[in-house]
Design a protein around this ligand. Structure first.
Ligand code: ZN
Length: 347
C-alpha cells in the first residue's frame, strides 16, 4: 500500500489516456468528491469515481433501500434490501470492497440549509444524485458562495439532463432556471417511472465531468446543458455560454443565497401525538390538486377536493393542501416525510 508505483497499477488503462496520464491520476488520488444522494444516479457516479481512484468520496443520502430500487440502483443487491440498510451505508460497504485504496465516508442525513455547508466542507467537487430541485438550489447556493464546482443531473422516464457549474465561470442553475418549479408540477420517478439506461448515461456524463475537474482538466468541462431522450433517440447539447453575465442572476450575479439562508425551501414540524410531520414553505406556491391527483392515480388511493388531496401509499397517508403544504402521516421522522414528498409530489 505504501509503494506509490503499486498503487497506480490498477489505473494503468486510465493513465494511458493522454489527458489523464500519471499526473492526472495523482490528482485524482488526491481529489475529494461529495456525491449528494445515492440512489440511481449516485450509485453510478460513486462507483465510477471510486473505481477511477478519486481519493476521498463522501456519500450522503437520507433514504433506506427498497426492492423497487434494484431495477436501476446498481450498487445494491437483495441482501442489502433484506438487511434494511440505509443507502449511504450499503453503498459505502460495496465501494470499499471495489477499491480499498479510496476513503469512502457514508453520511445518513437529510440535506438541508443547516447541514449542507458542513457536508461540502473539504471537497473539490459536488455531484448531484438527488431527486428534487430544493436540494439542487441549495447545492447551487453553496457552490456559488464557495466557488465550488458542481455537476447537476436529473432523470425521469427515458429522459435526462445534466450540466456542469464552474461558479463565476459558467452559467449556474439559477442562470438557467431562475426559479424552482412549483411543488407538484414536475414528474418524479415514483409517478412517471424511470428506465435504468438513462441513469447510466446521465450519471456517466456527470462522472466524467467530475473526473475532468479533479484531474486538472477544467478547460475540457462542458459549457452546455445536455438533454438526452433515449426512447425517442434524441441527444442535444444546448450551449449555455451566452447565459453567463447576460442574465441578471440572483445567485452568481448578485450573490444572494436564499436557499442556503433558509428563506426558501420547506420547513418541517413534527406534529405531537399524531405520528405525522408537517412540511410547509415560506414562499407562496399554488399546487394544481387536480393535475396532481391525475399524476398520483397509479401510485395509491387518492381522494381530492377543492382544498386538499390525500394519498395513501404503503403505511403512509400524505395530505397535500393547495398552497403546497403537506402533512405526512405514519411517521414522525422528518427525513422520511421529506423523502416521501420529493417522491410523490416533487419539487
Ligand atoms: Zn447564475
Amino acid at each position: 500500500m505504501n509503494n506509490p508505483t503499486e498503487n497506480l497499477d490498477r489505473y494503468v488503462r486510465q493513465m494511458l489516456y493522454p489527458p489523464i496520464g500519471e499526473e492526472g491520476q495523482r490528482r485524482l488520488l488526491a481529489g475529494r468528491a461529495l456525491v449528494c444522494g445515492c440512489g440511481a444516479l449516485g450509485s453510478v457516479v460513486a462507483e465510477t469515481l471510486v473505481r477511477s481512484g478519486v481519493g476521498r468520496v463522501r456519500i450522503v443520502d437520507r433514504d433506506f433501500l427498497e426492492t423497487s430500487n434494484l431495477q436501476r440502483q446498481v450498487l445494491f443487491d437483495e441482501q442489502d434490501v433484506a438487511a434494511g440498510l440505509p443507502k449511504a451505508v450499503a453503498a459505502a460497504a460495496k465501494l470499499q470492497k471495489i477499491n480499498s485504496q479510496t476513503q469512502v465516508e457514508a453520511v445518513v442525513a437529510d440535506v438541508d440549509h443547516t447541514n449542507v455547508e458542513a457536508l461540502c466542507e473539504g471537497v473539490d467537487v459536488v455531484v448531484d444524485g438527488t431527486d428534487n430541485f430544493e436540494t439542487r438550489y441549495l447545492l447551487n447556493d453553496v457552490a456559488v458562495k464557495r466557488d465550488l464546482p458542481w455537476v447537476y443531473g436529473g432523470c425521469i422516464g427515458a429522459e435526462g439532463q445534466t450540466m456542469t457549474i464552474l461558479p463565476h465561470e459558467t452559467a449556474c442553475l439559477s442562470c438557467l432556471m431562475p426559479d424552482a418549479p412549483p411543488p407538484g408540477t414536475t414528474p418524479t420517478c415514483d409517478t412517471a417511472g424511470i428506465l435504468a439506461p438513462i441513469v447510466g448515461v446521465v450519471a456517466s456524463i456527470e462522472a466524467i465531468e467530475a473526473i475532468k475537474i479533479l484531474s486538472g482538466n477544467r478547460a475540457q468541462v462542458s459549457r452546455s446543458l445536455h438533454v438526452i431522450e433515449l426512447w425517442d433517440n434524441q441527444i442535444r447539447g444546448i450551449d449555455l455560454s451566452h447565459l453567463r453575465g447576460q442574465v441578471d442572476c440572483p445567485t452568481c450575479g448578485r450573490g444572494e443565497f436564499p436557499w442556503l439562508e433558509g428563506r426558501r425551501g420547506s420547513r418541517s414540524a413534527v406534529l405531537c401525538g399524531r405520528d405525522a410531520v408537517q412540511l410547509s414553505r415560506p414562499e407562496q406556491s399554488q399546487v394544481s390538486l387536480a393535475a396532481l391527483a391525475e399524476k398520483l392515480a397509479g401510485v395509491g388511493r387518492v381522494v381530492q377536493n377543492d382544498y386538499l388531496l390525500r394519498l395513501w401509499v404503503d403505511e403512509y397517508q400524505i395530505t397535500i393542501f393547495s398552497d403546497g403544504r403537506a402533512i405526512v402521516g405514519g411517521t414522525d421522522d422528518v427525513a422520511v416525510a421529506r423523502g416521501l414528498y420529493a417522491k410523490y409530489v416533487g419539487n
